[in-house]
Design a protein around this ligand. Structure first.
Ligand code: ASP
Ligand code: MG
Length: 436
């Protein structure tokens, strides 16, 4: 079994859906996980927001706009009149369901059901398109096997039992199609794996079916060694270890949802990043192996705030850091980077929503400084602890950039720097010289 996940742009138009169909219709047994067509989930979020704000008129307009868009896709995708008719009926049921909320009450419980419509429609479009082409496939409803528990963590046992049962019930089938992102929660209600969660679905499906490989198909030919939006000459990385990929995914490489690495790593299932635009190229293979040394990639994450707590109390004291961390825990704000000195500690966060309250609490312990508009630049590779000179090479490239924080030694494969976002472009371009 292999698992292939196609993201929103890969199913973003009738043409792109046709392309996916050609990529999946041969060979071995596979589960295909789809996102919603690009833009759809954002529109559904907007519809839910209008409904919350009781702007039902605006919600209704947006729903109709989306309905028209999908009718266009059906017209382009299907050749036969009876398939078009069938698909329009199906689309009608989804959009009538959405319109229902503009007439009725809308609560937090229905929001997740609204957000689920995109994946339900995209998978139906592909399934029926394959059918029209005479290719047999089986639609596996994610809401019948994908589940999270009370702590919002995947319920691996439930997923495994139910997914394999559904696959067994369709023994002769080679091609299974399912929805990414959507699931049920511990109470059986419709929920989701958070934005971008289709990658996570793919990896959970891979683990549950003991797949040989999980393939994440996007528009980019793998994880690149630097940010292609900022730096001109970047190239795809052939191989990464799970840990290296996790660092990169978290610190900026938008191509893969960071949580999707965890289950794949635990079950040791290789993850391959491939491009629908150049399906022949190898992309990036993520495995447990650490191959090659030195710097492999650079990523950057914007929107970071740095907080420095300067306190005489830290000097020769114990328990000070715990008290600082407890404040962040109280406000459910994760910390990314930490550096300490004997009289001060600096941390970074990417969620600044609770920062005012956090700052007030921290001020009990000393002077607090907050800097917004910061960027974490993360250099990833295999920096085995006895290897000399790598840190010096990297720092040399940042010679002209003011550095606010440096974090080295947390793991063997990451050196991170905090700089002002206005210096990011310069920093990434200069660090790119490490690859020449
Ligand atoms: N459709 C969902 C989103 O836009 C999930 C995904 O695409 O991964 O967040
Ligand atoms: Mg995505």
């Amino acid at each position: 079994m292999i698992v292939l996940k196609f993201g929103g742009t890969s199913v973003g138009s009738a043409d792109r859906i046709k392309k996916v169909a050609t990529l999946i219709s041969s060979g071995e047994k596979k589960v295909v996980v789809l996102s919603a067509m690009s833009g759809t989930t954002n529109s559904l979020v907007q519809i839910a927001n209008y409904l919350f704000e009781k702007k039902n008129e605006l919600a209704a307009q947006l729903i109709e706009g989306l309905r028209t868009q999908y009718h266009g896709v059906v017209e382009e995708l299907f050749a036969k009149d009876d398939s078009k008719l069938l698909m329009k009926e199906l689309i009608k049921s989804h959009f009538d369901f959405l319109q229902g909320f503009t007439q009725d009450s809308f609560t937090i419980h229905e929001e997740k059901a609204v957000l689920a419509q995109g994946e339900l429609i995209s998978t139906a479009l592909l399934h029926y398109y394959l059918k029209e082409q005479g290719i047999s496939s089986c639609l596996l409803p994610a809401l019948q096997f994908m589940r999270i528990d009370k702590d919002l963590e995947p319920d691996h046992y439930y997923i495994k039992e139910n997914l394999n049962r559904l696959i067994k019930e369709n023994k002769g089938e080679q091609l299974f199609i399912t929805q990414g992102f959507i699931c049920r929660n511990a109470y059986g209600e419709i929920d989701n794996l958070k934005r971008g969660g289709s990658d996570y679905t793919a990896s959970l499906v891979g683990v549950a079916t003991k797949a040989e490989e999980v393939q994440i198909w996007t528009d980019i030919d793998g994880m690149h060694n630097n940010d292609p939006r900022v730096v001109e000459k970047t190239s795809p990385i052939k191989q990464l270890s799970f840990d290296e990929a996790a660092e990169l995914a978290y610190f900026g490489a938008k191509i893969l949802h960071p949580s999707s690495i965890v289950p794949a790593k635990q079950a040791n299932i290789p993850v391959r990043l491939k491009s629908t635009l150049s399906s022949g190229s190898l992309g990036t293979l993520i495995t447990e192996n650490i191959e090659g040394g030195g710097v492999k990639a650079i990523a950057a994450k914007d929107g970071i705030s740095a907080i420095k707590i300067n306190s005489g109390r830290m000097l020769l004291a114990y328990g000070f850091l715990r008290r600082v961390f407890e404040i962040f825990e109280l406000y459910k704000t994760p910390i990314d980077m930490i550096t300490t000195s004997e009289v001060a500690v600096s941390v970074t966060v990417d969620d600044a929503s609770q920062l005012d309250s956090i700052k007030k609490e921290l001020m009990k312990y000393g002077a607090v400084e907050v800097d917004a508009d910061q960027t974490i630049v993360c250099v990833v590779g295999d920096f085995i602890k006895n290897e000399k000179g790598i840190a010096a090479d990297i720092l040399d490239k940042l010679r002209d950039i003011p550095i606010r924080m440096i974090s080295y030694g947390g793991s063997n494969h990451n050196i991170s720097f905090l700089i002002s976002t206005s210096d990011k472009e310069r920093a990434l371009k200069s660090l790119n010289q490490l690859f020449v």
